[in-house]
Ligand binder design. Structure first.
Ligand SMILES: [Zn+2]
Length: 255
């Protein structure tokens, strides 16, 4: 079997192979690992699943799906989200392809990826910029503590976050301070974006919304719900309700 035939064979059979292995799901995958062999086994298993799931995705979507996408993109929203694996785009949009232009980094920062955000807003002309923080954000927790032992790249990103979260006075329990810092960071990133895209916001071309994805039900509105905390720099709930964006959510229903 030559390499090409082998690869073709592999593409056709990887799904079966991976499914056969899926029964022995390693607890190491979710509980941390300590040795190189376990890491290598995890990498092999994960990569097998990636190839298999790509295979499923391609077959499920069909070529017509890609034919429509191949020449250009027309997303309706630019999204700045945290890289945290517990937050994924399908919590916002069941069909994110060609709909969400997503920038992700630790702590959902505008300030560390301004070029990418500007590309979404100014080149792709998305009328909506959504900044998504999330409860129990590890990056925010790190920025609140001592991260001086981290490497230089992580320190740079946490310094930027730290500036955002230390601006507000935080009170209460550690949990409530953590959540307050998550919200504060969303406000701060929204503020940076507001400054950068002031003209677009003022003329109505762009709306900037800050939300917190509540994966731990910290707001008591239910797990995974979005808490809207900022619209175009406004954080007063009553004033936020005056924005057309919010009014459209609560249109009266006529029977
Ligand atoms: Zn996070």
């Amino acid at each position: 079997m030559n390499k090409r035939t082998f690869l073709k064979f592999f593409a056709l059979t990887s799904g079966t192979l991976v499914l056969a292995n899926s029964a022995d799901s390693s607890s190491a995958a979710h509980h941390g690992v300590s040795n190189t062999q376990e890491l290598q086994e995890m990498a092999q298993k994960m990569f097998g699943e990636v190839i298999s799931q790509n295979d499923y995705y391609v077959n499920h979507q069909g070529s017509a799906f890609f034919e429509k996408l191949k020449n250009s993109q027309h997303p309706r929203a630019t999204v700045i989200g945290c890289s945290d694996s517990r937050f994924q785009s399908d919590s916002l949009d069941a069909t994110p392809e060609n709909d969400l232009f997503i920038i992700r980094n630790i702590g959902n920062q505008f300030s560390s990826n301004m070029g990418s955000v500007e590309y979404g807003v100014r080149h792709l002309n998305t009328p909506l910029l959504i900044i998504v923080g999330h409860s129990r954000c590890g990056a925010i927790k790190a920025a609140l503590g001592d991260y001086s032992e981290e490497g230089p790249h992580i320190i740079r990103e946490l310094d930027s976050l730290s500036l955002a979260v230390r601006k507000t006075s935080l009170m209460g329990t550690d949990e409530s301070k953590w959540l307050a810092a998550v919200i504060s960071n969303v406000h701060q990133q929204a503020y940076y974006a507001q400054k950068e895209f002031k003209g677009d916001v003022e003329c109505g071309k762009l709306t900037i919304v800050g939300v917190v994805y509540d994966l731990s039900n910290d707001f008591n509105n239910g797990y995974g719900r979005l808490k809207i905390v900022n619209i175009n720099g406004e954080s007063n709930p009553e004033k936020m309700m005056e924005f057309p964006l919010m009014k459209s959510l609560f249109k009266p229903v006529h029977f």
